[in-house]
Design a protein around this ligand. Structure first.
Ligand code: EPZ
Length: 416
């Protein structure tokens, strides 16, 4: 069955190793297409989004070999491509291949990567920026044909921060003729990892980690091996699990420096957080209290991808709390499901209002998207009694094995 069964109420104790970052490896796999040769990518998470990305790359005449957490990509045979629509519809991150494929082949046909339940997810900034770099884009009913006689550098002033648009423009710029500047670039750690990969392969990028990226196009990139950094959102998910269930856990390999806003939010709820060389320790002995006014923001602010997990934790904290979502327009999908478990929670516009309760009770729940589904697992582990979470496949898009990880921390969670 495509579900998870949980018997809740256990305090968490133990250690879990944090997997490689989904949102870092997807643009890095796209960057491998820029290299006329072989790349070896280590610590690649075994998740369905990566599986679909690798299948898509094979359909573009890439040779792909996977051996556990190491993926070997040979992009020397990349040719003109029509991206298979079934793969694009399965995974909207396929849009991340656009910049690289235009740089390598000069021509891409693809359907629009649909929105998802959390928002419309338009790609106007991606297309606008590529047009400025010499790409002719003919939009069709359900997609577009993009052609270029050769990418040229341009100055981009993004009207608002977009992780994906920043990534696509970086990927298009590194082999373009001339210089590219991206003002108001996103600064997420996943973009730093992408730029690090590209610099190691010979790209000329300045301003990494800042809002202004300056890229000088080079002739060619060379083969490299690269280790994907740990996933700050997966680490933050298990940190929130401790907030929900109480206990004392250690998140091995957690990227502490990238989690400052998340750790600060947890500490404001009463958790004791300690940063170590090899990971992050989290102790939640007393009942949690509400965080003062949590707002999701672009990095280095509190990440939207942990909003649902912290909503689950706030449902069980003492007092009244408010959380505001500023990145996506429809990311409160778990509110009705937390209400079904007994949470006193309601949303209005971009805000959720929570009045903490002593306990939640188990229920039959349905994951509707990746991070909301993971948050329901946390709520189920904290609730009294049994919970079933259907549509487990959403969670498997970004978590290697959330049941195994939560069991390692002492929760009673199993695949159904
Ligand atoms: C990336 O999505 C992540 N996905 C998301 O993680 C993350 O939530 C998001 O960045 C914000 O941090 C990956 O990296 C694969 P955006 P992305 O472009 O690039 C609007 C997860 O759970 N926008 O920064 O799509 C957009 O609709 C996922 O792992 C436009 O209007 O996010 C959104 O409201 C969920 N036009 C806002 O900007 C555009 O051309 C931010 O989107 C592009 C974006």
């Amino acid at each position: 069955m495509d579900a998870i069964q949980i018997y809740g109420g256990n305090c968490l104790h133990g250690q879990v190793r944090i997997q490689g970052s989904k949102n870092a490896v997807l643009p890095i796999l796209s960057a491998a297409l820029l290299i006329d040769g072989v790349c070896e990518i280590e610590n690649c998470p075994v998740i369905s989004d990566v599986y679909h990305m690798l299948r898509l790359m094979e359909s573009l005449c890439c040779k792909v070999e996977r051996n556990g957490h190491t993926v070997r990509v040979d992009a020397s045979g990349v040719s003109r491509c029509d991206m298979p629509s079934d793969s694009v519809s399965v995974m909207r991150s396929s849009i991340m291949l656009l910049g690289s494929l235009l740089a390598r082949t000069g021509s891409v046909s693809m359907q629009y990567p649909g929105g998802c339940v959390i928002g419309k997810r338009p790609i106007d900034l991606h297309l606008e920026g590529l047009r400025k770099m010499g790409v002719v884009i003919r939009e069709r009913e359900d997609g577009f044909d993009a052609e270029t006689k050769g990418l040229t550098g341009a100055v981009h002033r993004l009207p608002f921060i977009s992780v994906g648009a920043t990534e696509n423009l970086v990927l298009a710029a590194v082999l373009a003729k001339g210089e590219t500047v991206i003002e108001n670039a996103a600064r997420e750690p996943e973009i730093v990892a992408l730029c690090d990969f590209l610099q190691k392969a010979g790209a000329d990028i300045e301003g990494v980690g800042t809002k202004r990226l300056h890229i000088r196009g080079v002739e060619k990139l060379h083969e490299i091996s690269y280790r994907v950094p740990a996933d700050r959102i997966v680490a933050g998910t298990y940190l929130a699990a401790c907030l929900c269930c109480g206990g004392e856990i250690f998140l091995k390999d957690a990227p502490c420096v990238q989690m400052k806003a998340v750790s600060a939010a947890a500490a404001s709820m009463g958790a004791e957080i300690e940063e170590h060389e090899e990971g992050l320790s989290v102790v939640c002995k007393e009942r949690r209290v509400m965080p003062p006014g949590l707002i999701t923001e672009c990095y280095p602010g509190f990440p939207t991808d942990l909003q649902s997990a912290f909503l689950a934790a706030m449902s069980l904290a003492d007092g009244e709390g408010v959380l505001e979502e500023t990145i996506f327009e429809n990311r409160f999908r778990i509110v009705p499901q937390l209400q079904q478990m007994g949470a006193k929670i309601s949303c209005q516009d971009s805000r959720v209002y929570v009045s903490g309760v002593k306990t939640l009770h188990g229920a039959i729940l349905k994951a509707e998207e990746l991070r909301g589904g993971a948050a329901l697992v946390l709520a189920g582990c904290a609730a009294e009694g049994k919970s079933i979470i259907k549509n487990r496949h959403f969670i498997e898009r970004g978590y290697e094995d959330i049941c195994l990880d939560m069991r390692a921390l002492g929760a009673d969670a199993a695949l159904l």
